[in-house]
Design a protein around this ligand. Structure first.
Ligand code: SAM
Length: 282
């Protein structure tokens, strides 16, 4: 089980050759050594954020995602939602459009700036943005919420078990007594267990952006993102195993954790690309 607090296990590693072209991103001399929770703010550089949003068609993303999250929230009578991984605002805007009272938090100021602008340009929504790192969420975000969403494979940015437990405990504390946490993750089990035999390029909304694992070991999943103009960026993430995340959620206090597989993928494959955990507090 990948639970190290330091550099991950680099045995059984698989690495693809890389052109190492990540404009504006700084991974130092050995990108494979970059395994730190704090590094996420340096990875989401403005040019990466802008490029991503230029090419991803929000309408198509709405369609491919369907109403899964909205249905989960409505079926529990949720009214007040905290989006802790706002990113460029896709889910926050969706939640506002669906009538949920929404607060949008993120640890990256670049992301929040983009999200605020996107709120205005997608329906004139004024997002309530809060700059906050999950590890100190209760310090910076106030109030109690019926639901917290942490979507788009965001939890993967935490590199130590201590940070994961701390973040989950902060989420737990901000929920009402019967609140729900919805958190998704990439299916890293498939990548770790089958290595590059199962290596598969993930296409977002057509073929404009592709994501490919460039290096994977039990402590690091380094992905390369390629855009149609030839530019490339990278993200270093921690490869979360599904059952490990479920266990952590239960240990932090969530009483019931249901995990769904997302079968709406562009590849013919019998395994889901993403898992969605729905964790209830009572
Ligand atoms: N949810 C959005 C989406 O689906 O488009 C954004 C997903 S993006 C992959 C991950 C987001 O999580 C980034 O905006 C990043 O800044 C944020 N994030 C990562 N680690 C964080 C932390 N420790 N505290 C707060 N935000 C964090």
């Amino acid at each position: 089980m990948p639970e190290s607090d330091q550099i991950g296990d680099r045995r059984n590693t698989t690495t693809l050759s890389s052109t190492e072209c990540s404009p504006g991103q700084d991974f130092g001399n050995d990108p494979l050594e970059v395994r730190a929770t704090d590094h996420y703010t340096a990875e989401y550089v403005t040019s990466f954020v802008e490029k991503w949003d230029e090419l991803i068609d929000w309408k198509r993303r709405y369609e491919s995602e369907g109403s899964f999250f909205i249905d989960q929230l409505r079926s529990r009578g949720v009214r007040k939602v905290l989006d802790v991984a706002t990113g460029t605002g896709f889910h926050s805007v969706r939640l506002l459009e669906e009538g949920f009272e929404t607060v949008s938090a993120d640890g990256s100021p670049q992301m929040l700036a983009k999200a605020f602008a996107n709120g205005l340009s997608h329906g004139g929504h004024i997002l309530r943005v809060v700059h906050a790192d999950w590890r100190w969420l209760n310090r910076d975000v106030h109030g109690e919420y019926d639901a917290i969403v942490c979507l788009g494979n965001s939890f993967t940015h935490l590199f130590s078990e201590r940070d994961r437990r701390k973040a989950l405990a902060e989420f737990y504390a901000m929920l009402k007594h019967d609140g729900v946490l919805i958190l998704d993750q990439r299916n890293y089990d498939a990548i770790l267990d089958d290595g590059f035999a199962s290596k598969h390029t993930f296409y977002y909304c057509g073929e404009d952006v592709s994501a490919e694992p460039e290096h994977v070991d039990e402590g690091l999943a380094r992905f390369r993102y390629r855009f149609s103009d030839g530019s490339e960026y990278h993200l270093n993430m921690f490869p979360l195993r599904k059952d490990y995340v479920r266990r952590l959620m239960r240990e932090v206090g969530f009483q019931k954790v249901d995990t769904y597989g997302d079968f709406q993928q562009t590849y013919a494959d019998d395994r889901p690309d993403f898992y969605i955990h729905v964790a209830e507090k009572h």
